[in-house]
Design a protein around this ligand. Structure first.
Ligand SMILES: [Zn+2]
Length: 316
């Protein structure tokens, strides 16, 4: 049986040692003098979102050549394989890497080439979801056009970046075009914004919700009474791409025991367990599986197998 990870950012998952090696190879100054590269990238106790996002400026800076992208993609898939994963969905905002030397197609080809190497070696299947950055309308429009042009090389489309004030509806025409072209949609919602954002993602064709954890705010746990959006997600079994550690690190919940993942599972929501940003959150699938078990979730292996049924890789 396949086990899947549905929500992992390629630029949030570099191995720390690889970041250091690439920085030396490319003479990337900001990292050259960093002694403890692992601690440098670990933003577990980030004081601010700026501090958290700062880490990504360094990883994306190292993702500007074909060979670097290929290596980073290969290693991401390899790490997932060693955590027992056989279907790996990776997402990335390609415009971070596009330059006069590297086209959007080069970026996609480099990542897919790394994935292919891992598949040949280990059998793990990986696929790329392209992300538009929702705080930049032009970026979303452009990435949606890239997704359509290279739809045979990718498995889906997403919008990432700050959720609050950037509802999916801002990009309705882009989502419509993507749907017309048969491109799978997952949308970050219900993390930085609430239930209305999740409903808006559904209204714009999201087949899965990135995070979606704040659907809990549409449920009265004292009597298990569900609001309209929660009822729909439950009835339709819309997959929620839950990323526990990431939610703790962005201060959505003070501590693991306050995270609602177990409640959502008990209510029979379609939950998957994911990593989001392994480097910045100092996590891995092994760690997320352990964390879920510690929260009293006994059937984590079944959850990973169930996630595989909802993977966009199934029709790739
Ligand atoms: Zn994410």
């Amino acid at each position: 049986m396949n086990k899947a990870v549905l929500h992992d950012h390629l630029d949030g998952g570099l191995r720390a040692i690889t970041a250091k090696e690439l920085a030396i190879k490319d003479s990337y100054k900001p990292l050259l003098d960093v002694e403890d590269i692992e601690s440098f990238f670990n933003r577990e106790s980030s004081e601010s979102l700026e501090d958290y996002l700062d880490a990504f400026t360094h990883t994306t800076a190292l993702m500007s050549s074909y060979e670097n992208l290929e290596r980073i993609a290969f290693e991401a898939a390899e790490d997932m394989h060693f955590s027992g994963i056989s279907l790996y969905e990776s997402r990335y905002a390609p415009l971070y890497s596009v330059s006069s030397d590297l086209s959007a197609e080069d970026v996609i080809n480099a990542i897919n080439s790394g994935f292919k190497q891992a598949e040949n070696l280990y059998g793990i299947k990986s696929g790329l979801i392209l992300c538009g950055m929702r705080n930049d309308k032009k970026n979303v429009t452009l990435v949606s056009e890239i997704a359509i042009e290279f739809k045979d090389k990718i498995i889906g489309f997403d919008i990432a970046g700050p959720e609050y004030n950037f509802l999916p509806s801002l990009f309705s025409s882009e989502f419509n075009n993507l749907k017309k072209n048969g491109i799978n949609l997952t949308i970050h919602a219900g993390e930085g914004d609430g239930v209305n954002s999740i409903q808006d993602a559904l209204d714009n064709g999201a087949q899965r919700i990135g995070h979606g954890v704040r659907i809990i705010e549409d449920i009265d746990l004292s009597n298990n009474k569900l609001g309209k959006t929660a009822q729909y997600i439950l009835n339709e079994q819309v997959p929620l791409e839950i990323c526990i550690t990431s939610n703790i690190h962005t201060n959505m919940y003070d501590e693991y025991s306050k995270h609602p993942v177990a409640d959502l599972i008990n209510l029979e929501f379609n939950v998957s367990i994911n990593t989001d940003n392994r480097l910045m959150s100092n996590t891995s699938m092994d760690k997320e599986i352990d964390i879920a078990k510690n929260l009293g979730i006994n059937n984590v292996e079944n959850i990973l197998e169930k996630s595989a049924r909802y993977s966009f890789l199934n029709n790739f």
